[in-house]
Design a protein around this ligand. Structure first.
Ligand SMILES: NC(=O)c1ccc[n+]([C@@H]2O[C@H](COP(=O)([O-])OP(=O)(O)OC[C@H]3O[C@@H](n4cnc5c(N)ncnc54)[C@H](O)[C@@H]3O)[C@@H](O)[C@H]2O)c1
Length: 460
């Protein structure tokens, strides 16, 4: 098995002229322009009659994907891996109920590197990666080098260098790499995509996206589980640490990286960092590890993206402050505005007797007529099957589409470049903050080819 080692990969690839250890971001990006494998924008793999999957990471998130995948027809699970034996054994027991084809599943736990042995020994078609953020890039890259398609939790990677490595590996190996942005499959998000495509809000001007979710309680997971690693990011990280849930849907409304438009620059500022320190002081002993961290990353981050066409996207992030959950999910066009949290719609000229003009929102029960008229066909087709699958059904629709696309040999709904563009907000917002709000240019992970990539259709 080839091992993921950034230096080896770069040496073997056409990037190899310069030692990887000396690469700076700009130098890497320049070289990347001449290092293309085959472009993956509308890539479709050969169809699979039976899709064989392996799973890395069976903590809070992985088990949901395992259930949603293995309860679909013509699927098989060949390997399960986690650091902890109890996670692996619990899920292998459940798997027996979900999927009769998976009785020979191989189980791996213990060492940090057993997932590499699993990839070699089980020969999966696809690998689901649901681990902590720092492991995403090495795991997706090694997965593709070992001949499987990679499906990774959000964010896809943490640095633009890692993102370039992922793009280059996907292009050289001709393997899918999808960051699984489940929010793009929410009912409202799908309906708004449908309404944007139908021109209901006219020409798109501006969007607002967010992940505002008070998650301080995760700090109670001290040794194991999400809070045990995520808490360190509030100290070490900078900027918007979790941009993709809000951004993925609005990026697809705007056809970002697909023919019409692309992210150009970003500016960013953060508030002071107060909430985590105070939560740690209040809830843990003074010599507890959470009280030894220096929480440097501002509680609330606000960034603005300017697109190639001159549109703007406000992106916010806050996992610390006491306020209700929101992803904003707002898209404003020349003829109206669609918004989320709560779901609200305002249309110039009003809507079918419910509203007379755009000065008041259509909301609450009045939205029923809108759902009737504009619910996305994919939601209508799949909702009854997937509504219990997690996050209001979006997780099940996403998994259904992943398997459907693989079995029919279709392009996936989210390509490797979208995963990189959406995730790149983290390092670029951090850099803008370091430079007192200076605009940062997005790397063009497509090397100009986004102009020839098809917009995501309204899938029926
Ligand atoms: N899309 C969503 O709605 C959503 C929701 C929750 C979490 N997530 C994402 O899912 C990912 C996982 O988050 P989580 O909350 O499940 O974290 P978690 O800590 O509960 O689970 C991660 C698991 O990965 C395992 N792991 C870590 N390193 C490993 C290695 N080297 N080999 C094998 N296993 C390893 C850990 O043992 C752990 O069980 C994160 O990227 C998170 O952002 C997404």
């Amino acid at each position: 098995m080839k091992n993921y080692n950034r230096r080896n990969f770069l040496k073997k690839s056409t990037l190899g002229a310069v030692a990887a250890s000396t690469l700076s971001i700009s130098c890497q990006e320049n070289m990347s322009k001449s290092s293309a494998g085959k472009y993956m924008g509308d890539f479709a793999a050969k169809p699979y009659d039976n899709v064989k999957a392996a799973f890395i990471g069976l903590g809070a998130r992985g088990p949901g994907h395992l259930k949603n995948f293995s309860t679909l027809e013509n699927t098989q699970v060949v390997g399960l891996c986690d650091l902890y034996e109890d996670n692996v054994k619990r899920e292998s027991t459940r798997l027996k109920d979900y999927n009769k084809n998976s009785s020979n599943v191989k189980l791996y736990w213990g060492s940090e590197n057993n997932w590499k042995t699993m990839l070699k020994e089980t020969n999966p078609d696809i690998v689901f990666i649901c681990t902590n953020w720092k492991n995403h890039a090495p795991m997706v890259i090694q997965t593709m080098l070992d001949g499987a398609h990679a499906f990774c939790e959000v964010p896809l990677a943490l640095t633009t260098l890692e993102m370039w490595d992922i793009v280059n590996t996907s292009e050289h190996t001709q393997k899918h790499c999808m960051m699984m942005e489940n929010v793009n499959y929410g009912r409202d998000e799908l309906m708004y995509l449908n309404m944007c495509r139908k021109g209901v809000v006219g020409d798109l001007l501006h969007a607002e996206a967010a992940y505002i979710h008070e998650l301080r309680f995760q700090m109670n997971q001290e040794e194991r589980g999400t809070g045990s690693w995520r808490t360190n990011h509030y100290a070490e990280g900078k900027g918007n640490l979790y941009p993709t849930h809000g951004l993925g849907p609005v990026a697809q409304y705007m056809n970002i990286a697909r023919e019409e438009d692309n992210f150009k620059t970003i500016v960013s500022y953060s508030t002071p960092a107060l909430g985590r320190k105070s939560y740690a002081n209040k809830n843990f002993d003074k010599d507890h590890k959470w009280n030894k961290l220096n929480y440097n990353n501002g509680d609330l981050n606000t960034s603005i993206i300017k697109t190639n066409m001159g549109r703007t996207i406000l992106v916010q992030w806050d996992e610390t402050s006491p306020r209700p959950y929101t992803r904003h999910n707002l898209i404003q066009g020349s003829k109206g505005t669609l918004a989320g949290f709560p779901t609200r719609v305002a249309l110039e000229g009003g809507f079918e007797g419910i509203s007379e003009d755009h000065h008041s929102w259509i909301q609450g029960k009045d939205l029923n007529l809108l759902y009737e008229k504009y619910d996305h066909p994919l939601y209508k087709r799949l909702n009854s099957k997937t509504k219990k699958s997690g996050h209001g059904g979006m997780d099940g629709i996403m998994m259904y589409r992943i398997v459907e696309c693989l079995q029919k040999g279709l392009p996936l709904d989210q390509n490797v470049y979208e995963g990189c563009f959406w995730s790149a907000v983290t390092p670029l917002s951090g850099k803008s903050i370091d430079e007192n709000g200076m605009p940062q240019e997005f790397p063009d992970f497509t090397r100009g080819k986004w102009k020839q990539t098809n917009p995501l259709n309204i899938i029926t």
